[in-house]
Design a protein. Structure first.
Length: 132
């Protein structure tokens, strides 16, 4: 099941490889990596098991600021995030929040069509780099 508002892709790579490819693509596209969260490591640190599961926060303030100017509550969902995980069947998956879904959630969609289209295009390119 794919939750509403997520764009999900499969990768032939391991989770670690997919994340490394994603980070490379993020920086190659001139975006900033703002944080990485390794949920599997955090689980291991407290004696629990979790398949590879990692989140990266990334973005471009030129794109995100306009969305927050339209609706400051967008700040709860920005910068953008990507989740890379190994599913129970061993498949590596990559997910992003759909920019249109986020903007609609915050009432910022109407005034930001071109910005959202550019964000969707950038996410598609990142996904291709991470999963190709």
């Amino acid at each position: 099941m794919i939750p509403d508002g997520l764009l999900v892709y499969e990768s032939p790579h391991t989770a670690a490889e997919a994340m490394a490819r994603l980070i490379g693509a993020i920086t190659a596209h001139g975006m900033d990596v703002m944080a990485r969260i390794d949920h599997a490591k955090a689980a291991k640190d407290v004696g629990l098991d979790l398949r590879p599961t990692e989140v990266v926060l990334f973005g471009n303030p030129k794109a995100g600021t306009g969305l927050m100017q339209a609706s400051e509550t967008m700040g709860i969902d920005l910068p953008l995030r990507a989740l890379v995980w190994q599913s129970d069947d061993g498949t590596t998956r990559l997910a992003f929040a759909d920019p249109d879904w986020l903007a609609a959630r915050h009432g910022a969609k109407e005034a930001n069509g071109p910005r959202l289209a550019a964000m969707r295009d950038a996410l598609a390119k990142l996904a291709a780099a991470a999963t190709g």
